[in-house]
Design a protein around this ligand. Structure first.
Ligand SMILES: Nc1ncnc2c1ncn2[C@@H]1O[C@H](COP(=O)(O)OP(=O)(O)OP(=O)(O)O)[C@@H](O)[C@H]1O
Length: 641
């Protein structure tokens, strides 16, 4: 079989270039990545052998071996795991399937200093390619369990790689690195040194559940006597293989937890939070969960794989076990080790298992209570958490009714009360003014757009706090959550506004009756005139500065929500809104006088239309016919000159 040469996919090539030009300063991590891949391959083989008797794979001595050759300056990481078929090598090693990669590479190019670069690359993780940080040539020899032929893949990382079929490859994968010259100033150490290898394995891979073996070094005295040392030596196992989740908290350092996190999440950064849980009794399990410090790029994409790893009595069973985590906690990584499940358990069985459902509930509660505690105990970390995952967490308000209060208690919201810091609902309720019955909020594109919206005027004038909700999911959950602490949530852009003390309300009522009479003609005429667009034109009690605004009826769908449904392909009927006029505004009183004098003409028609258009623009809405609006406006302006 001839050797064939292939080109790396564009993204893969860019990533390799970055590896070769060593943008990541800690090069030791290449070994962690290779060991991590080898460990995954062993997990996969054990499972496949369990499920498929006919695989014909040897699973008697599964392990990882590290071999260094000082003379040849090579380092080999070998496993006798699942291996890869010829096609898999091309697909998995020659291309990058991760959809976030292009975006990541762009950000990486724009990053200005090396610290920013490392932060970014840490979010991504580059796995196998990190070999090129320390090697100028990498050879991978692999044979998939159950297949007879193997594949050799070789590359210097410069744009192409070669592939050839090999007849006598052992089962599993070996990766041979031809090491670059040592350069300790660049943190490129001697990776043939047994001491260095041990140090790296201990630091990053101690918990790996498979033995990581290294051939023992020849003893110094034996070499001195006759220059050779032929006696076979037992290879040394470098890692303790202890499952961290099964050890007590005080036996494990934070660093050890963090390395386990990196292994299972493929993240290069430390997690934000580590959560431990031990359940005893009839259904025993241990969980070690992590909240990452960054949201993955594809968290909102369809097909995002959620869930933690499932082990049964220390044996890895599956990745992304979605039965253990609700969708709104899909960012949580970790390990759950259950004592009483079958090793053959399938995803379908897990979904229906009552014990698993109980476990799922308990894990969700534990994550939520941890987040809540984080807010008081570590506010900075909570801020990071909320920035990265707040929008996802709030999805739970729509799906997890049982934990709704716990989700609300772990949530925070931007508020008019504080320019910089968010508030909790409990804090909001504490600050509520005498006579205020509701928790007020407004949804919109951005804080600025909301604050400048005319709907806010009466609230600003009275100093009533309003929550400023800018995540798309906010449009939805506010309708699904009936109340918090006995207080209803109310949009300031919906329904009638009824603020102030009883006395003030009474006074305002008499005043309003007078105004109703005064403006009755104008309101009736405008309701007819704008009837195609709005269901009613009425006087407003929410405006102090602006002439007009558009509001939705209390139970109507807002335009933003309707747009969201339409974007998801769900038809939503057109819902007409209400135009409110500010009787105290000179433009409105002027229009009222003009209407009383002239009853009807083209000028009045246009003024009504312009007023409605202005109200839409003021809330950040869209005009049905912007060019007509601009023309009418230009005509009017022209007449003022
Ligand atoms: N030793 C190995 N045995 C079998 N398959 C392997 C081995 N090393 C890598 N692979 C396959 O190649 C794929 C790509 O590996 P790579 O290390 O580049 O990325 P990854 O481990 O999937 O994720 P990340 O890039 O986040 O580390 C792996 O998912 C795995 O399927």
């Amino acid at each position: 079989m001839p050797t064939e040469t292939f080109e790396f996919q564009v993204e893969a090539r860019q990533l390799l270039q970055m590896m070769i030009h060593s943008i990541y300063s800690n090069k030791d991590v290449f070994l962690r990545e290779l060991v991590s891949n080898a460990s995954d391959a062993l997990d996969k083989l054990r499972l496949e052998a369990l499920r498929d008797d006919s695989l014909g794979a040897d699973v008697s001595d599964l392990h990882i071996a590290i071999e260094a050759d000082k003379q040849a300056r090579t380092l080999t990481v070998r496993d006798n795991g699942i291996g890869m078929s010829n096609d898999e090598v091309v697909q998995l090693i020659g291309t990058i399937a991760n959809s976030g990669t292009a975006k990541f590479l762009k950000e990486l190019k724009e990053a200005e200093d090396s610290a920013a670069t490392e932060g970014l690359i840490g979010q991504f993780g580059v796995g196998f390619y990190s070999s090129f940080m320390v090697a100028d040539e990498v050879t991978l020899l692999t044979r998939r369990a159950g297949e007879s032929q193997g594949t050799r893949w070789t590359s210097t990382g410069e744009g192409t790689y070669t592939i050839e079929t090999v007849d006598d490859a052992p089962q599993g994968t070996s990766v041979v690195l031809r090491l670059k010259p040592e350069d300790s100033e660049d943190r490129l150490y001697d990776y043939t040194s047994a001491w260095k290898i041990k140090e790296i394995v201990k630091r990053y891979s101690d918990f790996i559940t498979w033995p990581i073996k290294m051939a023992a070094e020849p003893a110094a005295d034996a070499e001195a006597e006759d220059g050779s040392d032929d006696a076979p030596r037992e290879p040394e196992t470098l890692n303790s293989m202890k499952a961290l989740w099964a050890r007590s908290r005080d036996e494990v350092t934070d660093d050890e937890y963090h390395e386990l996190y990196k292994h299972i999440s493929h993240d290069w950064n430390d997690p934000l939070e580590t959560i431990r849980l031990q359940a005893e009794g009839t259904f025993e399990y241990q969980a070690l969960l992590f909240i990452p410090a960054h949201a993955p790029q594809d968290m909102f994409m369809q097909g995002y794989k959620r869930g933690v790893q499932l082990y049964v009595k220390r044996v890895f069973i599956m990745d992304d076990c979605e039965a253990l985590m609700p969708p709104y906690l899909r960012f949580v990584k970790g390990v759950v080790d259950a004592q009483d499940l079958s090793l053959n358990v399938s995803r379908e069985i897990l979904q229906q298992d009552r014990q698993i459902q109980l476990m799922h509930r308990r894990l969700a509660k534990k994550v939520l209570s941890t987040v809540k505690e984080m807010r008081s105990a570590a506010p900075e970390r909570y801020t990071t958490f909320w920035r990265e995952f707040g929008a996802v967490l709030k999805e739970g308000l729509l799906s997890d009714f049982e934990n709704r209060d716990a989700i609300l208690a772990a949530s925070s919201f931007a508020t008019t009360h504080d320019k910089d810091g968010p508030t909790t609902l409990a804090q909001y309720v504490e600050r509520m003014k005498d006579g205020q019955e509701h928790i007020f909020y407004l949804t919109g594109e951005s804080r600025q757009a909301i604050e400048n919206s005319p709907h806010m005027e009466a609230f600003q004038a009275r100093g009533i706090e309003v929550l400023l909700l800018t995540d798309p999911v906010d449009e939805v959950w506010v309708d699904a959550v009936p109340e918090f602490d006995g207080k209803q949530l109310r949009s300031v852009a919906k329904g009638e506004v009824d603020l102030g003390t009883e006395e003030e309300k009474k006074e305002a009522g008499t005043e309003r009756e007078k105004q109703q009479e005064e403006f009755a003609g104008l309101l009736a005429w405008m309701t007819g005139r704008l009837g195609e667009d709005v269901k009613e034109v009425r006087l407003s009690s929410r405006l102090t500065v602006s002439p007009a605004c558009v509001v939705s009826d209390t139970d109507d769908v807002t335009p933003a929500l309707a747009n969201m449904f339409r974007a998801m392909g769900q038809p939503v009927p057109e819902v007409k809104r209400i135009l409110e006029l500010n009787p105290g505004h000179p433009l409105v009183s002027g229009l009222n006088r003009a209407h009383a004098d002239r009853q009807e003409d083209a000028g009045l028609d246009e003024a009504a239309e312009l007023l409605y258009g202005m109200a839409l623009l003021a809330e950040g809405g869209e005009l049905a016919d912007p060019s007509r609006f601009v023309k009418l406006m230009a005509d009017r302006l022209e007449r003022t000159l």
